[in-house]
Design a protein around this ligand. Sequence first.
Ligand code: M6R
Length: 615
Amino acid sequence: MCGVVAVLGKRNASHLVIEGLKKLEYRGYDSAGIASVSQGLLQKIKSEGKLVNLINKLDRSTKDKLYFDNSIALGHTRWATHGNISLENAHPLTSYNKIAVVHNGIIENYQILKEDLISLGYNFKSQTDTEVLPHLFMKYINLGNDLLDAGRLVLKEIKGAFAFVAMSVDFPDQLFVSRNSSPLAIGLGDKANFVGSDAHSIDHLTQRIIYLEDGDHALVKINNINIFDKNYKKVKRKIINIQAEIGLVTKGGYKHFMEKEIFEQPVVLPQTTSSFVRNNSEITIDLDKLGFKNKKSLIICAAGTSYYAGMIGKYWIEQIADIPVTVDLASEYRYRKPSIFGQSSMLVISQSGESLDTLMALRYGKELGLKTNAIINVEGSTIDREVDYSLYTRVGPEIGVASTKSFTSQLVILFIIAACLGKKFNNLKTLQIQKKCHYMNMLPNAIVKMLELESQIKIIAQNIKNSKSVIFLGRGLLYPLALEGALKLKEISYIHAEGFAAGEMKHGPIALIEDDVPVIMFLLSDGNEDKSISNLQEAYSRGAKIILIADKKCIVKASFAHLKVEIPHFENEFQSLLSPILMSIPAQLLAYYVAKERGTDVDQPRNLAKSVTVE
Ligand code: M6R
């Protein structure tokens, strides 16, 4: 989603901004732009599409000496919300070529503000909500305010979730920044300061970071930064030393980040496990911190893939610990009146730690008096900073928009939580706990074996690459995985795909079956496999192309399937308990190879963002 970077006090600021924007590319965007003040004039360049288009334009203007020197610049990658993808709508948005603003989020009351500004003679060139910001700044600066006071007056007028940076030719050594719900970090340099949507976007410039808190605004100058809270009280925010520059994460020889992230799962998942399992046998999660002093039920909130991880978590926690779990889409939870009867604790799941829907659900949970916990990958993210207790997946940056290693690592933590709760509330014996820890240790090798299915999955990918629609089926622990498999396929290959609980087919979805529609089922012999095979048979009889990814026993039973992938042999209990993690691998590989066959932009699929910071 939109990314913001600003540099103040360094020569060639616009090029440094571009370096920062490159690090935000993974979030997903459809246009980009930068603005700087050079020789008292505001210069701006924008382009549609990828950053490389902007860089080419910038290089040409540098040659033309348009951009020979500047020490203040801001830049933006835009993920369109209000207004189509166009140069006019790309940021920075300006007012009379004197004020430039880059913005992430949505100004919800922009329509009324726009009408007021138009009546005052301001001319709007874009369809964006953002354009009210530079014009409001202009209005207040024209009334004699300095940048700080103008910014404060702007904040009084706007509503919504936002993070923005404003710059004016009249104050060429200052940036005004503010955040409300959307993330924003300030970087401290030597006679220079920086602003970015996250710490990573400016870690090539500094390792000293301040995260603004909600409602904060700040005036950033070359030698000092003054931060104020929502009551205009000057505040000090903690300076955090982030790890030395991790620079641009590389693909490590793979064609796409997604491919790399799939194949590195055996290596990174032990990093997840090791934070919560000691001596290979002892779980170190603090249940009191999780809000489980007594047996209570749990509410899990998340979005997208993280939500499906939550669904699997529910199955595990109920099965292993006998604790009731409710799973809610974060975007729904906040806007209904959920009952917290019997609950003491909320668990949110978010790879980025920035999904606004999830953040809002978390805040709502707090308001309702719940103890809040989060499974997150990005330390220092907004959710990490606001939640009572964070459990880190520690799988390193995930760059591909499609979640892969973050999903399996979330599952690892959920499984460990289930075991831990099982010990306290469901009489799980030490030996049983040790076995579960042992299963975690077995996972990397098992995933290596699952990855060896690659060539067989490629054949299936070839087979379905031209399908208009694909159906995924699963039952029990593999039902949420069917949903995840469908999400993965649709988001990167753009093929319409839906996941269903196998038993639900006959209640409606079976109407979708026609000749040659691929129906993909993940199946393991768990005692219920015959039921699922019957569901498959029903689809087969109606002409569907049946694709079965299953263990040997199921493959033999469902010999009618058109295409079969037999998964390697694993110990029974390990295989059935950890089936969602094992079967994630073929689901991810399938989506990846279909997308590759179709030549789509695997890592940055159309319309999608890695970090979804609007509601
Ligand atoms: O960062 P989060 O885990 O909060 O993100 C939630 C979803 O936006 C995310 O899982 C999305 O569905 C992925 N693109 C799925 O691959």
